[in-house]
Design a protein around this ligand. Structure first.
Ligand code: SAM
Length: 285
């Protein structure tokens, strides 16, 4: 239940997380802040009004402003002035946690640089929810956000993260996910992966398999709604097959010694290990 007593809040910026599907995933603290902040700011004012209606929170005569990528520069001075006058300013994304593939970064930085208090009411985010359900290691993960939509740029971005020793997490649109999975299978190798969609909603689904299996499933049964793709780190087996291919190619172009030196330098693998690989390649013709 929201706090029935309107608690006056200290001046500052309050960044609150909102649900990514089920409205009741809002936290009690976020409800308190929504009830008490002097100024409400939202990436999408309609969604925030609707969320407040669902939870029976009156807006009263408090202002609610829209703040997004395109009007941030005009809105920031106005919001900073409000905090300067002693007001509590709350900011909410359309869904999930502000700044996670969403606006809010420049706003928080402006408030910090002006010396104002900045705090957050943490809560839902699709990246954490997907990690919780994917069945892939969570000891280390890298959130890579949305990949570029153009094929060439997307493939380059995948190459950049290929060697990261962590579970990779991407946000993706249903229109692009089949192509993204096919590119990922080719560039990252056929690793274990998961596609998590419509989390916390009626049609929540987690598909698991290798990248090529998921690419096939996405082209045969296109997943709808909001999607997170998670990819396991490179396994030793795959990580060895990539230098081996490079080594074979180099051995056709230069002496074994030079090829071994080059591939050892390029991959960071011990020279001795690369040399053994070269001998094996020679033995097998
Ligand atoms: N700030 C949000 C967060 O904390 O997760 C993310 C906003 S980003 C603009 C929207 C993307 O997040 C979607 O395209 C999708 O990739 C992912 N997403 C958001 N809600 C989701 C859900 N319920 N299920 C799966 N993915 C979701």
């Amino acid at each position: 239940m929201p706090n029935p007593n309107h608690v006056p809040l200290q001046a500052g910026l309050y960044l609150i997380a909102t649900p990514i599907g089920t409205a009741r995933d809002i936290t009690l603290r976020a409800l308190d802040l929504l009830l008490s902040a002097d100024v409400l700011v939202a990436e999408d004012t309609r969604s925030l009004r609707r969320l407040m209606e669902i939870h029976g929170l009156p807006l009263g005569d408090r202002p609610m402003y829209s703040y997004h990528e395109h009007n941030g520069a005009q809105m920031r001075p106005r919001l900073m002035a409000a905090i300067g006058e002693g007001k509590s300013v709350l900011y909410a994304s359309e869904a999930g946690t502000p700044m996670i593939s969403d606006p809010g970064f420049d706003l928080a930085r402006a408030a910090r640089e002006a010396g104002y208090a900045v705090t957050s009411a943490p809560g839902p985010s699709a990246v954490i929810t997907a990690l919780t359900l994917a069945g892939l290691p969570t000891d280390r993960f890298m959130f890579a956000g949305f990949l570029p939509s153009a094929k060439g740029a997307r493939r380059r971005a995948l190459e950049e993260v290929s060697g990261v020793p962590a579970t990779l997490v991407f946000y993706e649109s249903p229109a692009r996910v089949a192509a993204m999975l096919a590119d990922a299978a080719e560039i990252l190798g056929d690793r274990e992966a998961a596609l998590a969609r419509e989390l916390t909603k009626k049609f929540e689904e987690v598909r698991r398999g290798t990248l090529s299996e998921l690419a096939l499933s996405a082209s045969e049964q296109p997943p709808k709604g909001e999607i997170v793709v998670l990819v396991d780190r490179r396994s030793e087996k795959i990580s060895e097959s990539v230098p081996e291919l490079a080594l074979k190619q180099r051995m056709q172009e230069m002496s074994i010694r030079d090829a071994v030196d080059l591939v050892a330098a390029e991959t960071g693998l011990p020279r001795r290990k690369v040399y053994q690989m070269a001998l094996e390649i020679e033995r097998n013709g």
